[in-house]
Design a protein around this ligand. Sequence first.
Ligand SMILES: [Cu+2]
Length: 225
Amino acid sequence: MKKTVLASLLALTLIACSQSEQTTPPAPAAPATETPVAEPSAPAESTPAAETPAAEQAAPTETVPAAETPAAEQPAPQETAPAAETPAPAVATGCSFDLKGTDAMTYADAAGNAVPEIVVAATCADFTINFEHIGKMPKTAMGHNVVIAKADDVKAVAANGVKAGIKGDYLQAGDPKVVAASKMVGGGEKTSVKVPVATIKAGGYDFFCSFPGHEMKMHGKLTVQ
Ligand SMILES: [Cu+2]
């Protein structure tokens, strides 16, 4: 009996609830349904709207590369700067010149500038190049020397030097094409080479390093004025 009563009470309550819900909903139900409809449509529009900005962002991204193009144009003026450095020859004062060698496989003057050419005074009987390896690498890895030869003979002298190996200071013993040469030195070491000016007066002589591969970068003109 109690169960039936409870059941009927529950049923009544449910009906009451459903009725109360039904009665209340009608008014709010209309606005409630209208609002959801408006909301979905709004997000639906906002989604494509969000896609449009994305497409607009892609456009700005294309303008960024455009900004990179002027940046690529800037390196051009920078390239002209090194070109201006190259023509500067080192004019020796007196009858000697202090030449440096670096771990970066380059020759440099005392100020650290590149030395594309050394100009020797014609009044000198002998000209001495005092060479210092200012790097730290050993002779076996980054050895440097100063060899004087005719410009046309440099490749052949270097090739013969490679055959001579490190034991021969990368110079063929008694190579007739070598006018003068210093010994091969490593980081922190000094050496020198004396050049008879009468021999190089005619012109067309170069100085270079005969360590394998170094001649490409360590190479300059030795001229008499
Ligand atoms: Cu070298």
